[in-house]
Design a protein around this ligand. Structure first.
Ligand SMILES: [Zn+2]
Length: 353
């Protein structure tokens, strides 16, 4: 931590790390850290339930003086991760509901082809991805559990990319007719290598080494948080993810040869728009950091597009951080991606034969 960060850290009594309670404190950053205590199994289970309750529903501050300032964007019972969790649960619920309806009321329900089956599996893997990411965001308020559930968060993302890419290869090769095994296995091998590497690293590198604080100077706004990072392998994580996310580009030329032109264009347009949307979301969350970086204590209520609900009511106590914004953009991106697949599956006579 730089001296600058410490100097800025004067707007909340718990933001001064040197004076902050021990790491096992329930409220290290007022409304973020909720660490599960050790002890007996029954005590542990009770703590898990409490953590879920506090992050998802109601996170009462120990006293109004702790983080309960007038500027606090989260209000008296909010949590920074609440919108992150609910946004992903909304995605999981929407895809689960759609998959249920898909078999009954859409043209794809009557089609029996490998591409259609893979498209269904791809949709189901998105439900898994959204749920595993929701679990991670609940547990990210706990240093130790956050470290391990983060592995599941990334594994879920890789799973969705792999099933989506396999579906694309199947469509571009007319249900994997004459497709080489490498075309299918490539992205799965990438997933196995990444998951194995980062899992091994997780058990080798101490948890406290990868836990980093962010926005310590915005504690009284409710924006201070801790999160795990990949340290020297951050570039590997990012580059591998981008390479996998662009896997559709390898299958696209074959699609124009294999299936009807309108279907190939639907696939192409959906992939291009979805990927551009995804990159836009990444830019906002990782580079711009809007609105997080742009809010300060003097004009906490003023920034454009600052969306939050500080009220102590049902569905209250959340703020649309840059990461929550990214969640909604990512959901829009996968919906666009799915729409292209569904159009091709529903209308292509070549794939249905
Ligand atoms: Zn997230």
């Amino acid at each position: 931590m730089s001296n600058d960060e410490l100097d800025l850290c004067n707007d909340c009594e718990l933001c001064n790390v040197e004076d902050a309670p021990a790491p096992t404190s329930t409220f290290r950053f007022a409304q973020y850290d909720i660490e599960i205590s050790g002890g007996s199994v029954s005590k542990g289970l009770k703590s898990h339930a409490e953590l879920w309750w506090r992050v998802v529903c109601r996170n009462e501050l120990p006293s109004p003086a702790v983080g309960g300032t007038a500027d606090n964007l989260l209000g008296p019972t909010g949590h920074l991760e609440r919108m992150n969790v609910w946004s992903h649960m909304a995605g999981a619920g929407a895809y689960a509901a759609y998959l249920g309806l898909r078999e009954r009321v859409t043209p794809m329900g009557d089609i029996r082809s490998l591409s259609n089956t893979l498209a269904y599996v791809s949709g189901a893997s998105l439900v898994v991805t959204f749920v595993s990411s929701s679990v991670y965001h609940v547990y990210s308020a706990d240093a130790e559990w956050g470290a391990y559930t983060r592995l599941g968060d990334y594994a879920g993302i890789y799973l969705s990319i792999c099933t989506g890419t396999t579906t694309d290869v199947a469509i571009a090769s007319v249900n994997l007719t004459d497709a080489s095994w490498q075309a299918v296995a490539d992205v799965w091998i990438g997933m196995v290598v990444l998951v194995a590497f980062f899992t091994l690293k997780r058990f080798v590198v101490p948890i406290e080494t990868t836990r980093r604080p962010y926005f310590l100077n915005k504690c009284s706004l409710g924006l201070a948080r801790n999160t795990h990072v990949d340290l020297e392998h951050s570039a590997l994580r990012a580059a591998a993810g981008i390479a996998m996310a662009f896997s559709w580009a390898c299958a696209l030329p074959a699609a124009f040869d294999a299936i009807e032109l309108d279907c190939a264009w639907a696939i192409a347009a959906a992939r291009i728009v979805a990927t551009l949307t995804l990159i836009l979301g990444m830019f906002v969350d990782n580079v711009l950091l809007y609105p997080d970086r742009w809010i300060n204590n003097e004009d906490a209520k003023k920034p454009m597009c600052l969306c939050h609900n500080p009220h102590d009511v049902f569905c209250g106590g959340w703020v649309m951080t840059s990461h929550a914004l990214w969640h909604w953009v990512a959901l829009a991106s996968v919906v666009i991606y799915t729409a292209g697949t569904e159009y091709a599956i529903a209308t292509s006579e070549t794939l249905a034969m």
